[in-house]
Every structure is written in structure tokens, then in C-alpha cells.
Design a protein around this ligand. Structure first.
Ligand SMILES: [Zn+2]
Length: 362
């Protein structure tokens, strides 16, 4: 299906789901342009269960068609992402850790309901495929995709195909150990990249750093000095500061990865240091992936990729330090070309150009 097409795309996550129509147009040079319309959002909770998810899908799809002011007759295929473990060959939602949903034959159910071919895979593989079909890797056959959001995931495209691994578990870059005896990860190990550099880890690191800086302990004095200066005080003044520092600690406790990025852009040296560390750890993990795979590109997506400018310099520096350069002379690390709607475009890509790898049943 290397042609113009209209696809119903569903992006299912842990806390929300999105539905939209993706209109794919191919120009004379073979370049693909996508237009997304009728985005409908539904909130999901860990208690939603299969039925809750299904009801959310039905109502969101109705809204999408109404909003996009389009006829169902124009929709050729359906693509959906699956959060957690997926079997793309059978379109099966195998398991989602947060909601406990198991063995949900979502592709079959959608096919029965909407009478269109349905293609499904986990969200990270879908995004990697989206990058290949619609993004910055349209002419790249070997690349590594890294998602940094609430967690960190990885996808591989090798020889122009998604490589899922024997049990759909390839490229678990989020569980590369980047810090010996580091923070405990959700997987049970310590020092995983996910526990060190994903959104929640960014918030935690900032909180800890502000608290250390406020008490001027165990931290580089020049960093404290520049922070105090950023707050508008002359370093070395001992009066007045206490209330302000307490306020900073309260603010830091409420900070998110996105608000910390805003602080970094405003010049807050502690926030900048947190993002430099993100780059350092992601760069180290990316170098291991590069030394193993010898890819043409490493592409970074997910919510935290919105702060790519803040962590790229230290990422590239560390990456270069750990890379086997003789074999990776032209490799680049880039931000996703899919933008904020990567999940929807990934879902559309699954349907636009389906792949089926023979994966063992779990
Ligand atoms: Zn882990």
C-alpha cells in the first residue's frame, strides 16, 4: 500500500487513549505527508479493564469520524498501538503490567466491529516503524529508536524491518544498567537507565539537587553559587535567604520533567545540570546500542524528547567518548520527526505498511 490512504489510528496508553484519522498523501517524488484529523481523547485508569478500554475506543472512534467530518467508506485500514506486551502476528494484547489486562484479542475485536483489516503492535515498535514510514528514517534501514517519557523503551529497525526479538523483548534499552547500585527500577534491578533518566527520575534528581543546594552540602560550591545568583541573591550573604530556599524546595517537590526543562531554559543551573545528566546516561546507553548494532541513526522520541536541546550536547559528548568510532563514522543521534503525535503516526504506519515477523507465542 505505497499510496494515498486514510487510516483510523488508535494510540492506547496506560492513562489515556487517542483516536484519529491519518491521511497519507504520497507526492511525485515518493515523499509521504501525513495529516491528522479528528483527534479524540479518553482517559483510562488502571481499573478500566478490557471493557472500559473497549467502551473508550468505541466512543472515541465515533467522535473522530464526527470531528473529522469524514465517511467511514474512506477509511481503508485500522492501526493500533498496544501498551505493554503485544503479539503483532495475532494482534493480541498479551499483557499490560499497570492495568493487568491480559490476552485481549484487540485486532480481532476491532476487525469484527469495523470490518476493516487491523494491525497492532506495542507502542515502541509502532513508533520505530512510524519513523521508518513517515519520519526521519524513510531512507534509513538500520536504526535504533529510544522513547523517553514516564519510562524508557527501545525499538530496532534492522535491514528495513522491525526486529522484535524472540519473545518481543528486543531493545529494552530502559533496562541497560547505567549506574552500579543506582536507584531501584520497576523491573527489580538497580541503576537501570529508566530509573535514572526517565521523566520521574528527572523530577526526583532535581528535587534532590535543590535540597542539597539549599543546605550547601555534598555539592560543588560553584554550582550552589551560580544557583543562588540565579535566584537573585548575592552569594555569601547569610540573611534573608532561608525563606526563599524553603520556597524553592517546595517548588522543586512539585516540579515535573517539563517544568524543570522550562527552568533550565530560564537559566536555572540546577535544572540544567539535571538535563546534562540525562544526556550523559542516555548517551552512554546509546553508545552500547550503537556498538552492538552499528546503526545509521539513533532517534529519540517520547515526551522528554521535547527537551532534546537541553540534553543533546552532553549526550553527544558521552556518546562519542564510548563509541567505537572506526565502525560508526557517520552515525547521528536525532530527535524524532514524528512530533507530539508519534503514537498515532506509529499506529498508522503499522496499517500503512504492515510487517509480520514470526514471533514465538509467549
Ligand atoms: Zn529496569
Amino acid at each position: 500500500m505505497e499510496d494515498n490512504a486514510k487510516i483510523l489510528a488508535l494510540d492506547l496508553g496506560g492513562s489515556k487513549m487517542l483516536s484519529a484519522l491519518v491521511d497519507v498523501k504520497v507526492d511525485q517524488n515518493g515523499d509521504k505527508k501525513t495529516q491528522i484529523s479528528g483527534i479524540a481523547k479518553r482517559t483510562l485508569s488502571k481499573d478500566s479493564g478490557k471493557n472500559g478500554v473497549w467502551q473508550a475506543i468505541l466512543s472515541a472512534v465515533d467522535e473522530t469520524l464526527e470531528q473529522a467530518n469524514d465517511s467511514w467508506d474512506n477509511v481503508k485500514r485500522i492501526g493500533t498501538t498496544i501498551p505493554g506486551v503485544a503479539d503483532p502476528r495475532r494482534g493480541l494484547w498479551v499483557y499490560a503490567p499497570f492495568s493487568g489486562i491480559e490476552n485481549f484479542p484487540i485486532a480481532e475485536e476491532l476487525q469484527r466491529r469495523y470490518k476493516r483489516p487491523v494491525f497492532a503492535d506495542n507502542d515502541v515498535n509502532a513508533c520505530a516503524w512510524g519513523e521508518k514510514i513517515f519520519g526521519v528514517c524513510q531512507n534509513v534501514d538500520n536504526f535504533v529508536w529510544i522513547t523517553i517519557s514516564n519510562g524508557i523503551g527501545g525499538g530496532l529497525v534492522l535491514n528495513g524491518e522491525v526486529f522484535p526479538g524472540k519473545f518481543s523483548g528486543a531493545a529494552e534499552i530502559g533496562h541497560f544498567n547505567v549506574e552500579e547500585n543506582g536507584v531501584l527500577c520497576g523491573c527489580g534491578n538497580k541503576g537501570c537507565l529508566e530509573a535514572t533518566a526517565a521523566g520521574p527520575a528527572i523530577a526526583r534528581s532535581y528535587r534532590e539537587l535543590v535540597s542539597l543546594a539549599a543546605s550547601s552540602s555534598a555539592i560543588d560550591p560553584s554550582l550552589v553559587a551560580s544557583w543562588v545568583k540565579y535566584l537573585g541573591y548575592a552569594y555569601g550573604k547569610t540573611t534573608v535567604d532561608t525563606l526563599r530556599l524553603e520556597e524553592e524546595i517546595i517548588l522543586a517537590n512539585q516540579a515535573t520533567a517539563a517544568s524543570i526543562a522550562d527552568e533550565a531554559r530560564r537559566g536555572n543551573p540546577l535544572a540544567q545540570k539535571v538535563y546534562r545528566n540525562v544526556g550523559k546516561y542516555v548517551g552512554r546507553a546509546a553508545s552500547w546500542a550503537a556498538n552492538l548494532i552499528n546503526p545509521e541513526k539513533i532517534v529519540i522520541g517520547g515526551g522528554v524528547a521535547g527537551s532534546f536541546d537541553l540534553f543533546y550536547p552532553s549526550l553527544w559528548e558521552t556518546f562519542q567518548t564510548c563509541l567505537f568510532k572506526q565502525a560508526n563514522k557517520t552515525i547521528t543521534v536525532e530527535k524524532t520527526g514524528l512530533g507530539y503525535e508519534a503514537g498515532l503516526l506509529g499506529a498508522a504506519a503499522l496499517a500503512y505498511k504492515p510487517y509480520f515477523n514470526q514471533i514465538e507465542e509467549l
